[in-house]
Structure formats: structure tokens, C-alpha cells
Design a binder for this molecule. Structure first.
Ligand code: AVI
Length: 332
């Protein structure tokens, strides 16, 4: 009981109000399914079930991204923390289970007695359970968990005088369009103090076959993850989607430098969504665009961050050079 109380006093939980968030699921579905090219924002994948499915994806043999990033951190976390400079606080966008972050937290606590970790994630339940498990394992840690989307989370950050290391790992930045990525990095730039740094995980350009396999796994977990959007519409908005009437598709498009996740209608069909009081028509072969996952060459990444007045101070790769971690600072 005492141990529980001790971890509780080191945990602060901030739930950012709905008014601060981007458009609601209801509005996004109404808008996204009314466009000539139907689409749904990928951030709605991550309710509790979706976050768990994503965790399963990270353990799939085909999904090389997590393993490659983990391998870099396993051998280089202390070096990364040293390059970032201590003492520091760690802020993480899209923290999920915080599994890989453990390595950075452990490395930071080797170099400073206490550490404040601020994970920002849209899945509040997931955030709470991972914070509790971190607090149990790291006595020197305190956690301020912020349940919010990225931009809202950024404006909810507490004031501090300690330099911060902002983490945006797992190729999460790849799910932004280039414009959105620049917009987000600019917002981050403005939230950063002069001594703050950013660590960004990038899925580097590589053979299309390897990339496509990662998004079309044998076990079909990515398919379930993709279809979780339709399941959410059914459960939360009174949708009548028959999940079996849609195919998961995830082609790699080299000319766009990205994988596109799609849900392809297997037949002509009309689907009602009760909460919207309307129905949506799908022609056979028509698809809902559900996610972009960009893969970056070093050159393209460099030009992206320059638009936000950030520059690379250091970078680390796995042995196969499939994944890169880039440490950025303000200025040229
Ligand atoms: C979270 N994000 C970086 C993943 C990706 O690879 O783009 C989401 C994902 N989509 C399908 N599989 C995994």
C-alpha cells in the first residue's frame, strides 16, 4: 500500500479538454466519408483496442521499425543522453507503451538522480497504465502524463527551467503529410528553449518489398488495426459497416515515398451511420484512405527540418541502416 502511495505521489495526470483537441471523431467521419476520395485521419486508430493492436504490430516479425529503433537504443541510449546534455527532462509525443523509452529513462537516471518524464498520448487509459509501470521500476522518476493530441499536448506542457529532450520516435512523424510535419516541427520549435533538443525516429528509404511486408503481415494484425476504424464507427457512431466487405490494402508508392493504408470496398454497397443520420455509398474497388506512412531519405529529412529552423547535431542508425534516430537543435 505504501509503495502504491509512493508511486501515486510521483504521478500527475492531465486530461486536455475536448475543446482543445482537433475535430471530433463524428465530424472527421462526416467530412472524411463525404469527400470524392474518402479518407479518415489515422489518429483515430488509437482507442484502447487500437493501441493494443498497434502494440501487437510492433512485435510482428515483418514490422522491422520497432526492432531496429530498439536495437539503436539498446546499444546507444547512454551516448544519446550524453549528446542531449544532462540534467534534462524528457517529453515524449505518442508515447504508447513507453517500452523503448525505458532505455532512455534508465540512461538518464544513470547521469542524474531524478528525472521528470512527460508522455503525451491520445489513449488516456494506455497512458495511465504505462506511467504506473514505469514509476514502479524507476524510483527516481516522476511522471506528468498528458492525455491529448500532439498540438494540444504541446500547449499543455508545464513550465520548467530544466532543459528538455523532446522525443518523437517510432517513425510517428511519417504519419504526417510533409506540410503537417513542418507545421508540427514549427510549433515544437516555438515551445523549445535554446538548450532543448529533439530526438526523431525516421524510417529510412529501403527496398519496397521489405516496406510492403511490414504493412501486410501474414497474421493479419495490421488488417485488424486498419479495420479498427470501421469497428469504432460501428460501436461509437451507430455505423453499419460489414468489416468482411472491405479489404485491407497497403501499397508502397515510391513516387510519394510512402505506404498508404486503405480499406477497399469489395462490392457496391451503402452503409448507414446512425449518429450522422445518413448513409455513404461505396462502389466496388473504391477505398477509404486511412493512413500515410512516409519513409525519408537523409536529404529529404534534412530539408524538412530546415523549414522549421531545426538542424541535426547527431544521428544514429541500426546495423542495416533501416532506421535512424536524429538529434536536432534550434538554429542552423
Ligand atoms: C505509428 N506509426 C509510426 C505506424 C507506422 O508504421 O506508420 C502505424 C502503423 N500503421 C500500420 N502499421 C503501423
Amino acid at each position: 500500500l505504501l509503495k502504491q502511495a509512493r508511486t501515486k505521489s510521483r504521478l500527475a495526470f492531465v486530461q486536455v479538454g475536448d475543446g482543445m483537441q482537433e475535430e471530433s471523431f463524428l465530424t472527421a467521419v462526416a467530412r472524411g466519408l463525404s469527400q470524392p476520395q474518402k479518407s479518415l485521419p489515422s489518429r483515430f486508430f488509437y482507442d484502447e483496442a487500437g493501441s493494443e493492436l498497434f502494440e501487437r504490430i510492433t512485435k510482428l516479425p515483418e514490422y522491422y521499425l520497432t526492432g531496429a529503433e530498439q536495437a539503436i537504443l539498446e546499444s546507444l541510449a547512454p551516448e544519446i543522453i550524453r549528446a542531449a546534455g544532462t540534467p534534462l527532462e524528457i517529453v515524449e509525443f505518442g508515447s504508447g507503451s513507453s517500452k523503448k523509452t525505458r532505455l532512455l529513462i534508465a540512461a538518464a537516471l544513470e547521469q542524474q538522480d531524478s528525472l521528470c518524464y512527460i508522455p503525451i498520448d491520445i489513449s488516456g487509459d494506455f497512458l495511465k497504465s504505462s506511467a504506473e509501470s514505469l514509476l514502479k521500476d524507476f524510483p527516481g522518476l516522476s511522471v506528468t502524463a498528458i492525455a491529448a493530441e500532439y498540438f494540444a499536448g504541446l500547449s499543455a506542457l508545464p513550465e520548467t527551467t530544466t532543459p528538455r529532450l523532446f522525443l518523437f520516435m517510432g517513425s510517428n512523424i511519417g504519419n504526417f503529410t510533409h506540410e503537417e510535419a513542418v507545421h508540427f516541427l514549427c510549433a515544437l520549435y516555438h515551445a523549445m528553449g535554446d538548450r532543448d533538443k529533439v530526438l526523431i525516429g525516421i524510417d529510412r528509404g529501403k527496398s519496397g518489398g521489405l516496406i510492403e511486408a511490414a504493412y501486410n503481415d501474414e497474421e493479419g494484425v495490421t488488417e485488424l488495426f486498419n479495420k479498427n476504424l470501421l469497428r469504432r464507427i460501428n460501436d461509437e457512431l451507430g455505423g453499419h459497416f460489414d468489416l468482411a466487405s472491405f479489404d485491407h490494402s497497403a501499397p508502397f508508392l515510391p513516387e510519394r515515398g510512402r505506404v498508404e493504408m486503405r480499406l477497399v470496398s469489395k462490392k457496391d454497397q451503402t452503409v448507414r451511420v446512425d449518429a450522422l443520420g445518413r448513409a455513404f455509398k461505396f462502389a466496388k474497388g473504391e477505398y477509404i484512405h486511412t493512413e500515410d506512412s512516409h519513409k525519408y531519405s537523409e536529404l529529404d529529412f534534412d530539408s524538412l527540418i530546415r523549414q522549421a529552423h531545426l538542424s541535426v547535431v547527431d544521428c544514429w542508425s541500426d546495423a542495416k541502416e533501416w532506421f535512424g534516430l536524429f538529434l536536432l537543435t534550434k538554429g542552423a
